[in-house]
Design a protein around this ligand. Sequence first.
Ligand code: GTP
Ligand code: MG
Length: 479
Amino acid sequence: MLADLEDTIVALATPLAPGLRGIVRMSGSNAWSVAAQFLSNTTDKNVHPTGHLIGASTDKNVHPTTAAASQEKPRERLLQQVDLVLPGLHSTLPADVCYWPAPRTYTGQDVVEIHTISSPPLLELLVAQCLQAGARAARPGEFTLRAFLAGKLDLTQAEAVLGVIEAEDRADLQQALAQLAGGVAGPLHELRDDLLNLLADVEAGLDFTEEDIQFVHERELLERVTKGLALVTLVQKQLDRRAAAPRPFRVVLAGPPNAGKSSLFNALAGRDAALVSSQPGTTRDYLEANITTPAASGSGAGVITIQLVDTAGLRSAEHAIESASQSLGRDQVSSSDLVLWCQESGGPQEDWREWLPSVAIERVLRISTKCDQGPTTEGTLGTSAWTGIGVEELKRTLTEWARSKKEPPLAPSLSRCRNHVAACLAHLRKAHRQVLEQEPPELLAAELRAALEELGAMVGAVYTEDLLERIFSRFCIGK
Ligand SMILES: Nc1nc2c(ncn2[C@@H]2O[C@H](COP(=O)(O)OP(=O)(O)OP(=O)(O)O)[C@@H](O)[C@H]2O)c(=O)[nH]1
Ligand SMILES: [Mg+2]
């Protein structure tokens, strides 16, 4: 895959479908001469006056009179209206041609784009014409691969480009954009620079051990290694949290016996999963059921899973079984995201804090159950499992809570990073211990070098052809 990087490559950069605008993109030193073979010259009045579309900041950035059909490369960026002269077509077709000379381009090479009407047969003809004129068909991801090899992107950013293209919902997109902006890569780059300097200092000291010259003071050494250790630990924590299979939002129903918890649980779950009876103390164990709802109607933002947990009614335990079921219920409460404190409408109201003292008030939603039989208490949501009153509203409220907690999924490059992060951390821990125990600097240098190698692999400064193949082959052609 790394061969032929100097070839001029061509690909369609927009979907092959009818539309207003289709773009054919080329990258390589012959991109201009290839395009010039089927573009005909137009008059000066067609020259775009500002060139803002190609990032030109002033008028002088636009080459004002360059003839698009001239074989000679323009010296500067260019955006010009031209006519396409294609074989088999009796009339010419209007197009815009953009030209960016190397090296300040996405791929670091000359880049040409031809923007024209998105007509599938026309675009196919245009690409065929480029191939005939000497360009080669781009492989999947080859434009981004060139950007990476030209040092324009690091690996995590290159993968973020893929993430942006593949984003299925807004959370994916946000995550990919953050990664593109250097979300994780930024601090890792800094750490890598710092460790490289540190290694240089430690290694320089190795040449002067006889003379007892120190290039870096032990305290500073300890400080810098500790800083690195802290940063990588933090990155690992972040990755671990996001890599863990997304845990559903957990909602526990708690309250006094016979309050109607199991009935509400069944009404929310849409099936009779829990046993219901007029006998207080019916539920002994705890029971789970998942409900899924669209994250937001029409937003395409995926689904949200809510895990409901029914528990035993809370009361003073009279015997061992009772006390075991009570403590099971309390465990569920402590591992929940939200507690539905259920009490009968019109009945005596107990203070949930007496039963669940360790639960924060923000995690409690108070419910007046059986609202068909009596007035609801102020500040609570009334529901009735019998009539269905309030059940849909409660579901919507739970979805709102769950949505606000949904963590973004892990981008592909971040999961690749996890192994390197763990290995890097192991080396930094060893290095840290060596500094503390004042072990020979040769050993420290070896650990720092190993940690740097892992960091390098993370941000792509060290890469293998196999890894590049794996990453870039997932791109579509034209990106
Ligand atoms: N009127 C009315 N009765 C209800 C409603 N929901 C439950 N009940 C009745 O209240 C009684 C207790 O219901 P459960 O759902 O078993 O109550 P629980 O809180 O799970 O009880 P424990 O498991 O014993 O703690 C049963 O007889 C239900 O039929 C309701 O919405 N309206
Ligand atoms: Mg019950």
